[in-house]
Write a protein that binds this ligand. Structure first.
Ligand code: AMP
Ligand code: GLY
Length: 434
């Protein structure tokens, strides 16, 4: 008698480079799952079935999942998590990788995250939380310059102002609390001590009690080479980030990630999914938390997940079951670099609908091409966002990974597109031989 091979059905929620990288990595698992992406993009359409539901439409996602019964759902972006997509799926008896709404507040409310960090003794900048202008102005007097002003809620990466003068700080506070520039997200502000150093990202898998750190990485937020120009959603990333030494990793797990997981548990929140710590590493190796996110980073994921060997699905399942352990995550020794190809004008206004050519050649030259802002129109791939593609290269060291990624990038043809040419520069600035 023959038994049918069980094929797992997996739903990935989201439409960016991160979600393409998640789907790409899951598709490489030995069980060869069937993958669905809601809503996905032209890249996910090549390896999965796209489902035309917005990542933020929790009722429609839940209705689809109720009917189609995925064995596992992986949530990419923060918005559906903060809207409670995991709670809605769990209520329907569905298995979901991503924290509940209460846990997602670690990203959804910087005031909540700061309070949890303080209670858990996690190293972070000193901050005062204010809801009215008078108390904010009086609190501001106790801070030296530069000072950091943050909107409490989700503000699409625009809610943080590093004020160099008191006037700038005052204006940022007014914009948030009086002019409601970020709506409800700015109805509370944090006034925070400025921290100096180099940033790094740590993505940790968490099962409510245990944590396994994925390899370190570093994002490049500014639009232009040399970290110049306006902030973007990220122009590239690399892994590992040498600013995070091997000796720091157990400290980050034991003094940053696990204390937060335990503090949340004390409050009745069993956090399952990715807990992403945005760290500032000081000149003498001091580790401070700048922010937590409740999901995989973008574009860090496009650099980190290609470094995970073996199967990834058992580790994600273990997060749901509370049985996570180090042995479930295999890290490949190669370094990786991912370079974002962006539309001319991004992060300002830019054109959409431009033809995307050279994808196969880029994939052959590099290791993977993840689509971030693309769609299929009349059978052809066209641009649909500011960050269009991320091209990932792996190599024996960061230098060869950089070369591989840029070999791929140079094959891409999109009118007017541009990219940073110095991804991973901080690693080379620090150790010219790496
Ligand atoms: P956040 O959303 O809190 O991570 O802030 C966005 C960015 O603002 C960070 O990636 C840092 O570049 C910067 N930032 C936030 N908080 C601080 C701080 N206390 N000191 C220096 N830079 C900060
Ligand atoms: N790369 C920054 C983030 O994902 O928030």
């Amino acid at each position: 008698m023959k038994y049918a091979h069980f094929v797992m059905k997996i739903l990935v929620i989201g439409s960016g480079g991160r979600e393409h990288a998640i789907a790409w990595r899951l598709a490489r698992d030995s069980g060869k799952p069937e993958i669905f992406c809601a809503p996905g993009n032209a890249g996910t359409a090549r390896i999965a079935t796209n489902v035309a539901i917005s990542a933020e439409d929790v009722p429609a996602l839940t209705a689809w999942a109720k009917q189609n019964r995925p064995d596992l759902t992986v949530v990419g972006p923060e918005v559906p998590l903060c809207l409670g997509v995991a709670d809605a799926f769990v209520a329907e008896g569905l298995r979901v990788f991503g924290p509940c709404q209460a846990g997602a507040q670690m990203e959804g409310s910087k005031a909540f995250a700061k309070e949890v960090m303080t209670a858990a003794g996690v190293p972070t900048a000193k901050a005062v939380i204010c809801t009215d202008v008078d108390s904010a102005m009086s609190a501001l007097r106790d801070f030296t310059l530069p000072v950091v002003i943050k909107a409490d809620g989700l503000a699409a990466g625009k809610g943080v102002v590093i004020a160099q003068t008191r006037d700038e700080a005052t204006e940022a506070i007014r914009e948030m609390l009086v002019d409601a520039k970020f709506g409800k997200a700015g109805s509370q502000v944090l006034i925070e001590t400025f921290l100096d150093g180099e940033e790094a990202s740590i993505l940790a898998l968490v099962d409510g009690e245990h944590a396994v750190l994925l390899p370190s990485s570093q994002d490049h937020k500014r639009a232009f080479d040399g970290d110049q120009g306006p902030n973007t959603g990220g122009m590239g990333a690399y892994s590992p980030a040498p600013v995070v030494t091997d000796a720091m990793l157990p400290k980050i797990r034991d003094r940053v990630i696990l204390p937060v997981v335990r503090e949340l548990k004390k409050r009745g929140i069993v956090y399952k999914g990715v807990l992403y710590a945005g760290l500032m590493i000081g000149r003498n190796g001091e580790i401070n938390v700048l922010e937590f996110n409740c999901r995989f980073g973008d574009p860090e994921t496009e650099a980190v997940l290609p470094r995970i060997g073996g199967d990834l699905i058992p580790a994600l399942q273990a997060c749901i079951d509370g049985t996570l352990s180090e042995e479930l995550v295999t890290v490949r020794p190669e370094a990786s670099v991912t370079v974002v190809v962006a539309a001319a004008g991004y992060p300002g206004s830019y054109e959409k609908g431009m033809a995307v050519n050279g994808l196969d050649e880029a994939e052959a030259a590099a290791d993977a091409v993840f689509h971030a802002g693309t769609k299929v129109k009349d059978g052809a791939v066209v641009t649909s966002g500011g960050r269009i593609l991320t091209v990932t290269g792996l190599g024996a060291d960061l230098r060869s990974a950089v070369d591989k990624a840029y070999d791929g990038v140079r094959k891409i043809q999109i009118a007017g597109s541009r990219y940073r040419t110095d991804i991973a520069h901080r690693a080379f600035d620090r150790a010219p031989s790496c």
